[in-house]
Design a protein around this ligand. Structure first.
Ligand SMILES: [Zn+2]
Length: 158
């Protein structure tokens, strides 16, 4: 047998993150999925996956996957902002969409750590401003879109 023989146990496939064991990541994913449901429903709900490192000197990798399992990019030691960024990276690389967008400046915004470890969407246009906390994107929609969304949610609950 050569060193390059097929060893099934050495294949590193992404697997779902045990969210029960990581309530912080479960909350971060919920927040991103709320934003997707509000503004890009076809991309959600996403799942959080991880690929264990096969080298003890290298960290495990985390990914945000679309409902069909596709994902792009990875992050290490994720916090709420990293989860939002991973979801954003998947949307941009797999679906070729800029998401989310600041409606005022008509440009893509970026996940960032706000005060108290909160994840926020930050717009870099002009002097830059915080769009909203991740998970609160629905609040930034114009009234008409927000009302349509609430109607949709009520229908889902009914
Ligand atoms: Zn803006």
């Amino acid at each position: 047998m050569s060193d390059f023989s097929y060893r099934p146990d050495s294949i590193r496939l992404p697997r779902p993150v045990d969210l029960a064991a990581r309530p912080d990541l479960a909350a971060a994913l919920d927040a991103v999925n709320r934003d997707l449901a509000a503004t890009l429903p076809e991309a959600g709900p996403m799942r959080l996956m991880w690929t264990p490192s096969d080298d003890e000197n290298l960290p495990d990798q985390y990914h945000a996957a679309l409902p069909d399992g596709r994902w792009h990019g990875d992050t290490q030691d994720p916090d709420a902002a990293c989860v939002a960024e991973a979801a954003q990276e998947t949307v941009q690389a797999v679906l070729w969409q800029v998401w989310p967008v600041c409606l005022e400046h008509r440009t893509g915004v970026h996940a960032d750590a706000g005060a108290d470890e909160r994840a926020v969407w930050r717009c870099r246009a002009g002097e830059g401003h915080e769009l909203c906390e991740v998970g609160e994107l629905a609040q930034t929609l114009p009234g008409k879109q927000r009302r349509a969304l609430r109607r949709k949610e009520r229908r889902r609950e009914a």
